[in-house]
Design a protein around this ligand. Structure first.
Ligand SMILES: *Cc1c(COP(=O)(O)O)cnc(C)c1O
Length: 397
């Protein structure tokens, strides 16, 4: 059994804050302060360039990739960490398209995060006008997987609504028509159990600064199924994905397996924070996490629906269709969220009218859920959001 009292004690949480935004940026793991300090002074400071060998820096993207692999059901040796999620989406998508050279269609859905769609658009511009990004409603993805589709590019859990796709079913349908799958796990990794190997997923990508708690700007990860690992073409052919980077050959030769999905120098300081974040995850059973996440999201939904009739639930009630966040529509949602944040309840807002609350059992429990509901009800009942101060839009929402 996972000890959620222990996990909660592993994070720094500012006084009087109820943090319901771990789906955007996880909190600081306490051990990360010391780990990053030792990385700075003992490793970078003392070892200088010898740290690449002596401190295992060059190996970190693979080692940490394997530790993330446990959370997402990946085979050992098939996940590597680096770059940002947008870049990893591009890499996975390009490699998948090259594996289906006779097809031209990328299938995605309108609930996908814009950056994924933008990266697909950019890739298509480069590849030529015969390529197509086909975007359908989330509910229509299954039926839209036709035999002209080269690759499906689907984010398992919708960033706005928290709606979850059926990864096993959609992967099966894609394979049945000869298509490949790229799964974006941005709102899945560290949020719920994922079984990439069991589902037969082809490619997957995700980030580490959301539910995994590795800090702002922490790098992304990419998974390539073992059957594709030595065939997937790395379009971002940087030197660290070369088969022999330190031979400094004049021309690119792809490295073995997942190594080829590396691009350039790893962000070692940020990887030290990821290491501390994963030390907590090593003690978490994903089935326990899921059970607790569902109980807490149920509690939040029931509380808000009882106390705040002004809000309309956007997240599916069906467990099979639910991620680990709860979203409500409210026309003055931006101002209401600013008023909540001013009272210490931190969630976020997604245009046009979504108030979004991440539920993260590692450091959120019943008491926080109940207090958040009470404060939200007070703000809505008394229209406390209706002041100029809360209407002013900030750059980051
Ligand atoms: C958060 C998120 C991103 C962000 O990409 P970055 O390159 O890390 O900024 C991309 N895609 C999805 C689905 C996300 O949820």
């Amino acid at each position: 059994m996972t000890d959620f009292t222990w996990t909660r004690a592993q994070f720094h949480m500012p006084d009087r804050v109820i943090y319901l935004d771990g789906n955007s940026l996880g909190p600081l793991p306490l051990a990360a302060s010391d780990r990053m300090q030792s990385m700075l002074t003992e490793e970078w400071g003392e070892k200088l360039i010898t740290g690449w060998n002596d401190c295992g820096w060059m190996q970190m993207p693979r080692d940490l990739g394997d530790r993330i692999g446990r959370l997402i059901g990946a085979e050992a040796g098939h996940v590597v960490v680096g770059d940002t999620l947008s870049i990893k989406v591009y890499q996975a998508l390009a490699a998948a398209l090259r594996l289906r050279p006779d097809r031209r269609v990328i299938l995605s859905d309108s609930g996908n995060f814009p950056s994924d769609l933008y990266m697909a658009e950019g890739l298509i511009k480069l590849l030529g006008p015969e390529y197509e990004l086909r975007v359908v409603a989330p509910e229509e993805v299954g039926d839209a997987i036709t035999d002209d589709v080269a690759v499906t590019m689907i984010t398992e859990v919708d960033y706005r609504t928290g709606r979850r796709h059926d990864m096993a079913d959609l992967t099966r349908r894609a394979h049945a028509v000869g298509a490949l799958t790229v799964w974006d796990l941005a709102h899945s990794a560290g949020a719920l159990p994922v079984d990439l190997a069991g589902c037969g997923a082809d490619f997957a990508v995700g980030c580490t600064y959301k539910y995994i708690n590795a800090g702002p700007g922490a790098p992304a990860f990419i998974y390539v199924a073992p059957r594709h690992a030595d065939q997937a073409e790395p379009v971002l052919s940087g030197w660290l994905g070369h088969d022999s980077p330190f031979a400094f050959e004049p021309s690119y030769r792809a490295g073995a397996g997942i190594e080829r999905m590396r691009v350039g120098t790893p962000p070692v300081l940020q990887l030290a924070a990821l290491e501390s974040a994963l030390d907590v995850w090593d003690k978490v059973d994903m089935a326990d996490l899921r059970a607790r996440s569902l109980a807490l999201t149920d509690r939040f939904i029931a509380g808000v629906e009882a106390a705040c009739p002004q809000l309309r639930l956007q997240t599916p009630r069906d467990y099979a269709l639910r991620g680990s966040q709860v979203s409500f529509a409210f026309d003055d949602g931006y101002a209401a969220m600013q008023a909540l944040i001013a009272r210490g309840v931190i969630g976020d807002f997604r245009a046009p009218n979504i108030m979004r609350f991440g539920v993260t059992p590692l450091y959120i429990g019943e008491a926080e859920i109940d207090s958040a509901v009470a404060i939200l009800a007070d703000i809505l009942d008394n229209q406390l959001w209706d002041t100029p101060q809360f209407q002013m839009r900030k750059a980051v929402t």
